[in-house]
Structure formats: C-alpha cells, structure tokens
Design a protein around this ligand. Sequence first.
Ligand code: ADP
Length: 461
Amino acid sequence: SNAVSGAASILTKLQRDCATPLPVLRHVADAMTADMRAGLQADGGSDLKMILSYVDALPTGNEKGLFYALDLGGTNFRVLRVQLGGKDERVIATEFEQVSIPQDLMFGTSEELFDFIASGLAKFALKEAGKFHLPKGRTRELGFTFSFPVKQTSIDSGILIKWTKGFAVSGTAGKDVVACLNEAMIRQGLNMRVSALVNDAVGTLAGAQYWDDDVMVAVILGTGTNACYVECVGAIPKLNSPPSTSAKTIVSTEWGAFSNGLPLSEFDREMDSESINPGEQIFEKTISGMYLGEIARRVLLRMAKDARLFGDSVPEKLQMPFSLRTPDICAIQQDSSKEFEHVGSILYDVAGENSNLSVRKIVIDVCDTIAKRGGRLAGAGIVGILQKMEEDSKGVVFGKRTVVAMDGGLYEHYPQYRKYLQDAVTELLGPDISKNIVIEHSKDGSGIGAALLAATNSMYP
Ligand code: ADP
C-alpha cells in the first residue's frame, strides 16, 4: 500500500542517517580517546569532564566490619548494609531496603529531603541484628552513591552543581551534599557518618573489582549513561602535584556529554532542540534508556503524519513526548511470533489502531535501527576508553584479560542492544584482542561498591 511504501522510504533514510559501519565506529572510538586526553589535560578542555573521583584506594578484599551504603539517583533511594569478613570470608551478609521518595519532597527544601533520607536510614539501622555487628563505641560508616552532577572536592565531600532527573529541591545547589546528609543524620540522632561519596559508575567499578582484579572499566547504561576507569595519577596533567606518579585512581569520564562525529538523524536534532538541555549530553541522547523510545516515537509520528502509517488520523498518544518508552521498543523486538501479535497489541496501546503485518515489520525495523545505533556507539565508546589505557600502558590492557563491568536497566534488560554493543567491540578490536576483553554485567551493582569504598576510607584504620 501507499502507507507502507511511504513509511519504508522514511525508514530507509533513517537507516542511512543512523548507520554505524566500521569507519564511523573507528572515528567515534578515536575521538573518545582524544577527548579523554583533552579532558585530563585541563578543566574545560573537552566535552568530557574527566572528573577525579578521589578514590585512590580500591578495595583489596581485606576489608572487615559492618558498613552501610545509600544510593540516591532517582525516585527511589536504596539503603544497604554489608558485613565484610576479609580475604577468606568476603561478604558474610548483606541486607537492603528500597524507599520511594514522596513527590512533594522532590520539590521541597534540602533539609526536608535529607531528613527524610536520614530517618529512613535510622529506621534501617535499628534493624541491625544477626550477622551484623558494630563494635562498641564505634560510629557507623556509610558509602554515599549520589548520581547527580557534583564537583567532588575530596573522597568525602562534593558540591552539588544542580539537581536533574525531575528533582527541584531548593537550597542544595552549591552546598556539600555530604555535609547535608551528615547534618541530617545528627538531627535524626543517628550514629552514622559518610566516609565516601561516589557516583554509580565508580561504585560499580569498585564493587566489580572486589571480585575480579581484571576489572578496569565500568559503564552504566540506564536512564542515563556514564563510564569510569582506572587511571594512573601521573597521566592526569590537570592534577597539580600528584602524590606519586605510579598511584592509581578512578576517573569518571562523564561521557554522556561526548558529541564528536556521531551519526544523527533529523529526529535526534528535533528531540535535542526541544529538550530541557539543548546541545548537551548528545552521546547520552543517542545511547541511553531515557531517549531510545522517544527517538522511535518521533520516527513513527512522522510515518503517521507523512505516510498515514496508522490510517487517516494521527494517533493522539503518539503525539505525546516520551509516550513510547525504551522498555516498549525492547518488548517490540522480543516478539518472535509469526504474525508479530505482541507488536500488534503494543501498537494498539500506543496508536489505538489495528496494524497489519507489513506495518508491524516496519515498526520493528525502526526500533532495531535505534537500538543498533545505540548499542554499537556505546561499544565504540568502550573501545575508545580501552584504547586510551592501552596507548599509555602497552600490552597491559589488550595483551591480557581485561574486564568491563556493565550495569543499568538498559544493558540488563535489552538483549539486542547488548549484542550490538558486543558486536561493535569485536569488530573494532578484531578477533585476537577481543578474546581478552570481557564485557559483563556486574552482579552487585554499585551498592556494595559504595560500602566497600566506605571501608577503604574508614576512619578506623
Ligand atoms: P537509573 O538509570 O534510572 O538509575 P536503572 O539502571 O534501573 O535506573 O535504569 C532504568 C532504565 O533502564 C529505564 O529508564 C529504561 O530506560 C531502561 N530499561 C528498564 N527496563 C528496560 C527494558 N525492559 N528494556 C529496555 N530498557 C529498559
């Protein structure tokens, strides 16, 4: 029909604009490497901020005792406690709880939000029993995973630059979030203090390396995205007077802001210009979970308008930004039935129209195009990081087993995306080197990592 052929030509153009053949991947990987170097050279020298984590002691496995972690990064916060038993016993026990943050607190004052969190922590700490044991007279120590932009000033302090992800809390920006939490814990009468402030990528790296010494990189692919890696202090020119040039630290690339040479379509440009942060976070807008569904929605809307893919009227729901979510396009790709019935029912929910087989196939191809580009570009970004590390340390990354720890809902739940990411890494590195590079989902997430970093930065040595 006319509708299908019109939509097919929109699809063909989309596929051309979003194509990621090997030369494009190579360009992205090389540009990532170059931007990393520029960001290490000087603050503001690159799209990549290359933020120092102040993590200079990674967990060794010898950590012992009771430690807490708090993860604040979205509409929930998670609290966790872990009893560490040292080299042989490792993790003796863990317990966690998740608390959802009432909507009004996301628009309230800083004190109200931190008091709510501290009171949740206090209730959780009251249930400490069984295998969990705090030696008499000690203060509980907490690793604080805080996934908002902060300017870190030491391992246990960081100034909030701004709230994101729907938070509009007054009175925190410009303040030290660790002090905010410590003060709230005192107000709640809770005997606990923050020993380490980390972002979720850094927590994931620390947690994964605790089990596997070969973990050198961690990547978060969830609502947003970030990557961090182990760097030599001596390779960070912007760091004045390094304590010892052979010492290691973790650098957070903040790679969501990368933008060099990405294959973008008109749909990406429109989404960006209508976003709350136009011109910013372009890599994130191309590869992360918040945006993949929205890009697909914009393509389908165009197909509805220009080619009448869903009949004479343009479905109302399809006109609503973010009404097609990444889990929806993921579900569309999981349908392996002959008639794509499940795709039909998802489309019925979104477009309120019945669809025939050729329409369903086009929709599947749209989703695949967006997921493929996202996964392959994420893979190229990972190669960019590995390449930088290899250039500085000939053979130590590519010549032996090196692990990239992955976490985040997008990576965890989207098998096609995961496969495309791996494909790009293999294509770029070739069969020999890619045998050494292990890209794997990190089981513990960032929670235990944050608790481990609290342990390595404990005030009780
Ligand atoms: P966050 O990044 O918000 O801290 P997560 O790591 O759990 O939390 O990631 C959640 C994101 O993962 C969602 O916003 C969504 O984009 C993506 N996601 C969740 N479930 C799926 C799914 N089934 N398929 C694809 N993406 C998913």
